[in-house]
Write a protein that binds this ligand. Structure first.
Ligand code: WTA
Length: 663
């Protein structure tokens, strides 16, 4: 259901007729980290359960005595009087406890170059990077923006910041210079860590020029950034600003290989990650240290059944997204896992690249997104069939609802009809997995995230905040605070309260619609607000609309997420051009105009936000109060008969749009 009452993804209604169920095999259940007793322990004493996890999974410098302080709700304080360091937990202690020779990262570059980093290697690199950052003036509390491809330095940079207690803010490498600029400004970052470029689809793709552009003073305001640390990855020609830019390898070469981590309080900010909301301005989601690390480590251990000594884990997410934070950098390293990091796209240089990587590194746990699975389905199952995937034992899915067909394909073709699948629901805001089957315990249902994890309390409620009965649908809420929950929106407490805590007083409103089936299991139905989910990436309709109207040729724009077979949703924009648009665009050719506007959105936000379709229209459907009726536009975008249009101020508008499109 969306705000205006339609299912965000029409096909999802079919989910509720899905009745297949896959219980764990007795062999898997017997060896699983998660046993039914985990639910019982959490139910018996929820806070005690979390305190146990925090003590078991993390090494504290100073032990905490209080588990949760909710007196400042909705800003939680977890384990607040304890102190620790995230990098120490992710790296140093493994070395100190004799696990230094274990491989932390198998890196596979897109061109085929490889690197292996043990935990000892990681400790040396992270320590040097922390010293290098300190030499550039970064100290505890300073913000550092990271804008890197998926190379080991991305993880090293994050941990080096954490080591100093300097919150990082990773900006996805696919975002534009403008998007980077606004995030740097909002976080008031002192240093940016970037690279000359990365390899993408067989060619080097530059990153540094976007940083240069983002740092140019605008409207008389100087950039807060004093230094840029540049990793050499592609060897492209790179302009270096004297006195400002420093090569990473130069800075690290002269840096000491030891560094004393800064012990911070559990509530010390670990990172800010910007994500799309329902307004044009991205929100800086703030996460702190102790609670976040506890829950990422806990979920990584139990949801993926991680056996650190023997598993080879691979999460395909980019560190630019929260999944890369929690399930590439923090969760796996805290748990001492061995993982694969791959730089490029699944089809470079051939469509079997992922399966080849799984065979090569004998990957046992794979965590990816439904959109990737659907893409591989389209390419055909004979491609994975030529590789040995028999090492796989757990498969995970995240980012959007997974349709049962994709789930079944994932299990049969990738998992050899044998592996459990965990469909994990969570958000940038929740910090870690919240709702998911536990392999070895839960009988999995294709398409359902099913049950809140032990220690998590969630519900589905109706408009009046009544818990819906089994079989009913409504809104997903999280009823009790959880350790990895966001602690706010950077610099905007009011927006934090407003966005998440005002729809239903006292509980967290996730923005997702959901249903309970007859067993009480939860099925996610997509966003109920103006947030779209394209290939598992969150995009805001309003943000793309503002990007479109920022072009001189555009008078008005409305953006909807239309159901798309591969990407889940696709961005479809309706624009009204200004009467003098020919002047601004230098053309009247509609195809050219559409191309110009698509590129404009790419420049304003990033290529991922480019509308798949742009439809030039004469009018937009609006209610009498002036609100655009996106529901009707979605009908058009999805080639459906247009629904009830009686609340339109001018009921002839839809005919006009339809006529215009059939021209
Ligand atoms: C959606 C990604 C259904 C949901 C970790 C949520 C899902 C948004 C699932 C958060 C899932 C994520 N089933 N929907 N397993 N996982 N979502 O912040 O709409 O990028 O609100 O975090 O993705 O996206 P975000």
């Amino acid at each position: 259901m969306t705000q205006d009452g339609t299912p965000a993804q029409a096909g999802l209604e079919n989910l509720l007729h899905e009745s297949r169920s896959f219980p764990p095999s007795p062999e898997f259940a017997a060896q699983a980290n998660a046993q039914p007793a985990l639910y019982e322990a959490a139910a018996a004493d929820r806070l005690g359960f979390w305190a146990d996890q925090a003590r078991d999974l993390l090494t504290w410098r100073k032990p905490f005595t209080e588990t949760l302080d909710w007196s400042g709700a909705p800003v939680a304080r977890w384990f607040a009087d304890g102190t620790l360091n995230a990098a120490y937990n992710a790296v140093d202690r493994h070395v100190a406890e004799g696990r230094g020779d274990r491989v932390a990262i198998h890196f596979e570059g897109e061109p085929g170059d490889t690197r292996t980093l043990t935990y000892s290697d990681l400790l040396r690199e992270v320590s040097r990077a922390a010293n290098a950052l300190a030499a550039l003036g970064v100290s505890t509390g300073d913000r550092v923006v990271i804008y890197l491809p998926m190379i080991p330095e991305a993880v090293i940079a994050m941990l080096a910041c954490a080591r100093l207690g300097a919150p990082h803010s990773v900006v996805f490498g696919g975002f534009s210079a403008d998007a980077l600029r606004s995030r740097i400004a909002d976080a008031e970052a002192k240093v940016v860590i970037t690279a000359d470029g990365g390899f993408r689809r067989g060619a080097p793709s530059a990153l540094k020029p976007a940083v240069d552009e983002a740092l140019v003073p605008r409207d008389g305001v100087e950039s807060p950034v004093a230094h840029v640390l540049v990793v050499r990855r592609t060897g492209q020609d790179t302009a270096m600003a004297e006195g400002r830019d420093v090569w990473w390898h130069d800075a690290l070469e002269s840096a000491d290989v030891t560094h004393e981590p800064v012990w911070v309080e559990a509530e010390h900010p670990l990172f800010i990650l910007y994500t799309s909301g329902t307004t044009g301005k991205p929100k800086g989601i703030l996460h702190t240290t102790g609670g976040y690390l506890t829950q990422t480590a806990y979920t990584h251990k139990y949801v993926f059944d991680l056996k650190a000594e023997s598993d080879v884990y691979w999460c395909t997410a980019d560190i630019g997204w929260v999944t890369g934070h929690s399930y590439v950098t923090y969760g796996p390293l805290i748990n001492g896992a061995t993982q694969v990091i791959y730089e490029g796209t699944p089809d470079s240089p051939h469509q079997g690249r992922w399966w080849e990587i799984i065979e090569k590194y004998k990957v046992t746990i794979l965590y990816t997104a439904p959109t990737a699975i659907r893409t591989c389905m389209k390419w055909g199952e004979d491609i994975p069939a030529t590789f040995d995937l028999s090492t796989l034992r757990v498969l995970g899915s995240v980012g959007e609802p997974i349709n049962p067909e994709a789930w079944m394909w994932y299990r049969r073709v990738v998992g050899g009809d044998r592996t459990p699948i965990v469909d994990t629901w969570w958000q940038t805001e929740t910090g870690a997995i919240m709702i998911s089957p536990l392999p070895g315990v839960t009988a999995a249902k294709p398409g359902s995230a099913q049950v809140p994890l032990p220690g998590i309390v969630a519900d589905v409620v109706d408009d009046e905040f009544r818990s819906v009965p089994d079989g009913g649908g409504g809104y997903l809420v999280l009823s009790e605070p959880w350790p990895a929950m966001l602690r706010g929106i950077w610099g905007d407490l009011e927006r934090f309260k407003d966005t998440y805590w005002s729809r239903f007083p006292g509980v967290y409103f996730a923005g997702d619609g959901a249903k309970k089936d007859d067993d009480g299991d939860i099925w996610l139905l997509g966003r109920v607000d103006d947030v779209m989910n394209v290939s598992g990436h969150r995009l805001s309709t309003t943000e793309i609309e503002s990007a479109l109207v920022s072009h001189d040729a555009v008078a008005e724009a409305a953006v909807v997420g239309a159901t798309d077979e591969t990407t889940g949703q696709a961005v479809v924009a309706f624009v009204i051009l200004r009467s003098d648009h020919a002047e601004a665009l230098g053309t009247t050719d509609e195809d050219e105009i559409i191309q110009i506007l698509r590129n404009h959105v790419g420049k304003e936000i990033g290529p991922i936000a480019k509308p798949k379709r742009i439809l030039v229209v004469a009018e937009l459907p609006k209610t009498r109060s002036g609100k655009i009726m996106r529901r009707l536009l979605r009908d058009v975008a999805e080639n459906r008969a247009v629904g009830d249009a009686t609340t339109l101020a001018d009921s002839s508008v839809m005919d006009l749009i339809a006529k215009g499109l059939s021209k």
